[in-house]
Write a protein that binds this ligand. Structure first.
Ligand SMILES: [Zn+2]
Length: 287
């Protein structure tokens, strides 16, 4: 068959006639994708998760998730007090209810307390009703000590969960530095890793407890606490370690997108909470 034969065959092909409707569909799709683009730009600019603050001032925010833990959180508070550093604790409602004395003490020492849900689900994987219940239940547990800061479990979010947190009045706080402290790195390695990654305006994420663990032995927070001590020894004079609300006052926020990819398998691959954490709690605190 010649090329002419092909083109004449195509001209009479019913599929070719349908191409007009395909063209119309393409034409309609463009405004839809443009609308999605505008929606994304609008939400990311206003409610996108804050990962750091643009500032020339030497300020950094340490944040600690998943606590309070009766064994490790008081140790950590002593290290912070030794260096005159302040931090932000993103607590779980379930843990705050078990240890209200630690919640109060953290607030009294000038640290900030934020919301990390009631029991740590990945918010894009649960219903909207459940997301609201998780955030509100944690808020009730934290009571007057809560500031309107929200950290999504595993950092996982989508546009729906970002909007829910925003509607409930929260700023979403993620991070731009961490130390892989949910794995078994030693204190020196973690301190060096943080020192090489922080800059003015950084938000660092660590854990004073680990709600879901890859391995039970990683629930021991002693290396993290030692790493914080080393970090503050090394950088305590160069940087002022402040709470997240204080950091937000010092510069312009940098926001990430609400439309990130969500790894649904990761949270499901972890071990559930109570077993791994409680071997490290004093006997009286065990469930
Ligand atoms: Zn967490």
């Amino acid at each position: 068959m010649t090329y002419d034969g092909i083109s004449s065959a195509r001209a009479s092909d019913p599929i070719t006639k349908k191409s007009l409707s395909a063209k119309i569909r393409t034409g309609l799709a463009w405004p839809r994708s443009f609308t999605r683009y505008r929606l994304r730009a609008w939400t990311d600019k206003r409610i996108g998760p804050i990962s750091y603050v643009r500032t020339d001032e030497p300020v950094v925010a340490l944040t600690f998730d998943d606590g309070p833990n009766p064994r490790f959180t008081p140790q950590l508070m002593r290290v912070l007090a030794k260096h005159g550093a302040h931090a932000t604790f993103f607590m779980l409602g379930t843990m705050a209810r078990r240890h209200p004395g630690i919640v109060r003490e953290i607030a009294e020492q000038g640290h900030a307390i934020g919301n990390h849900t009631s029991d740590h689900p990945s918010l894009p994987l649960v219903s909207r009703r459940e997301r609201w219940r998780q955030i509100r239940s944690c808020s009730r547990a934290l009571g007057p000590y809560e500031q309107k800061l929200f950290r999504p479990p595993y950092g996982q979010r989508d546009v729906g969960s970002c909007m829910d947190a925003a509607i409930l009045g929260y700023s979403i706080i993620v991070w731009d530095a961490h130390a892989f402290d949910w794995l078994d790195h030693d204190a020196d390695w973690m301190a060096k890793h943080m020192i090489s990654h922080i800059h003015p305006g950084s938000i660092i994420t660590l854990h004073d407890a680990v709600h879901n663990v890859i391995d039970e032995r990683y629930a021991d927070r002693s290396p993290t606490i030692r790493a914080v001590d080393l970090l503050l020894e090394e950088k305590g004079r160069e940087y002022q370690f402040v709470t997240v609300p204080e950091l937000l006052r010092r510069g312009r926020v940098n926001r990430q997108t609400c439309f990130g990819d969500v790894n649904k398998e990761f949270p499901r691959s972890l071990k559930p909470n109570d077993g791994p954490i409680y071997p490290y709690a004093p006997d009286g605190e065990r469930k």
